[in-house]
Write a protein that binds this ligand. Structure first.
Ligand code: PMP
Length: 404
């Protein structure tokens, strides 16, 4: 049963007023709000079991280690990884992509190719450009059409035996496009390329099955799926994680250290140098359990309804143009109104209690493609309502009147 009142009651922050108006939080693409169970898990960690993990023989350290490792197992089960040591805790999506890109330095040569898409977040562009600079590899880009969908015929032309890595997002943060990643993964594998999926925007909306997808890497951030900031996951197939060198050196990731030579710890520790964000890792496990209690099927169908409702309502505003009209879309609406600068709209509706994101959303190439400085982006979560969408529409009409 999808009980929206109960769900909203789970999120203490949602009931506040902002600028004297009830908060309408539509900036979920940037970060999600946190349910009480997640806040409680953090509090419980610090009030009951705070200790450093993996190294102490004492009881608290073992309790903390057990809780942390339990969270790893929750993630493993959630994404259906074959082994729990294929689940690496990171600081977030950006960290995960950089770890992989860095690891590939050893395996790329001049004129090898890396294929990304025109829909990527800067964090799935820049690390690959840096890898190209280190190795002489070439960066290729799958273009998009006017709807903000990948042009697959172009992908098919560009992929070749020279392609070593394909890195694309599962869902675009700027436009909400859901990409046909299974097709891309299978095609890339026919040419022997490894595939990294940036799942940052997908994990709040769906449950990825990494074995069914057969991706080589799947990365995401906890904070977009009701967990704290500063924690994320790098899933990698065992064979790749064995092959790639560690991204960072330090404590925890070693087997033996002498001044002559260091040997690395087994997976997953090889990729987990230093003291991690322990409470956030534990709370990520709690967040995943919370989302699964609601159920991803229920979340998807509720959000689909919100998206359809919002699309219809927003299009009633004269001069409003939705950027990103893909067939397959998550609950993200990016739009512009006439020639009004998105920043001005965002600032005015904030005064009415409505939080949206404005700007390029860390996807400048998408904005360049559409020849706009940015968009207003309303991104919906399962705790949003149609009443809130109505409030957005009223606020946008007022903003438009004030700014025209
Ligand atoms: N990729 C996508 C698609 C994203 O939306 C984001 C966050 N906006 C990132 C990567 C980067 O995530 P983080 O800042 O949590 O590392």
């Amino acid at each position: 049963m999808f009980d929206i009142d109960q769900i909203r009651a789970d999120f203490p922050l949602l009931s506040q007023q902002v600028n004297g108006k009830p908060l309408v939080y539509f900036d979920n693409g940037a970060t999600s709000q946190k349910p009480k169970v997640v806040l409680d898990a953090i509090q419980k960690y610090y009030t009951e079991i705070n200790a450093n993990i993996h190294r102490g023989v004492h009881t608290l350290s073992q309790k903390a280690t057990d809780a942390y490792e339990n969270a790893r197992n929750i993630v493993q089960k959630h994404i259906n990884a074959k082994h729990n040591y294929e689940v690496i805790f990171t600081a977030g999506t950006t960290h995960g992509i950089n770890a992989v890109a860095n690891g590939f330095t050893k395996y790329l040569q001049k004129d090898d190719e890396i294929l990304i898409s025109a829909l990527e977040h800067h964090s799935n562009i820049v690390p690959w450009q840096m890898l190209c600079e280190r190795t002489g590899a070439l960066l290729k880009v799958i273009p998009i059409n006017e709807n903000g969908e990948l042009i697959l015929s172009d992908f098919e032309k560009q992929i070749s035996n020279k392609t070593k890595i394909v890195a694309v997002n599962h869902i675009s943060n700027a436009l909400g496009t859901i990409n046909p990643i299974k097709y891309i993964i299978d095609k890339a594998h026919q040419f022997g390329a490894a595939v990294l999926i940036d799942g940052a925007q997908a994990v709040p909306h769906l449950k990825p099955d990494v074995q069914e997808l057969d991706c080589d890497f799947y990365v995401f951030s906890g904070h977009k799926m009701c967990a704290p900031t500063g924690v994320g996951i790098l899933y990698g197939k065992e064979e790749w994680l064995q092959k790639l060198p560690p991204y960072q050196g330090g404590g925890e990731m070693i087997a033996t250290v002498t001044f002559n030579k260091t040997t690395y710890a087994d997976l997953p520790h090889k990729f987990e140098a230093g003291t991690p964000n322990i409470e956030a890792g534990i709370a990520l496990g709690t967040a995943i359990e919370y989302l699964n209690t609601i159920g991803f099927d229920a979340i998807a169908s509720y959000e689909k309804d919100l998206l359809e409702y919002a699309t219809t309502k927003l299009l009633e505003i004269e001069g409003l143009k939705i950027i990103g009209t893909a067939q397959q879309k998550a609950s993200v609406l990016s739009f512009i109104i006439d020639a009004i600068h998105p920043y001005d709209i965002g600032t005015i509706i904030d005064k009415m209690g409505i939080a949206v994101r404005t700007g390029h959303h860390c996807t400048q190439p998408i904005m360049d493609f559409f020849n706009i400085p940015g968009t207003v982006r309303a991104s919906f979560a399962f705790y949003n309502t149609k009443e809130e969408i109505d409030m957005l529409v009223v606020a946008l009409k007022k903003a438009k009147m004030m700014l025209s």
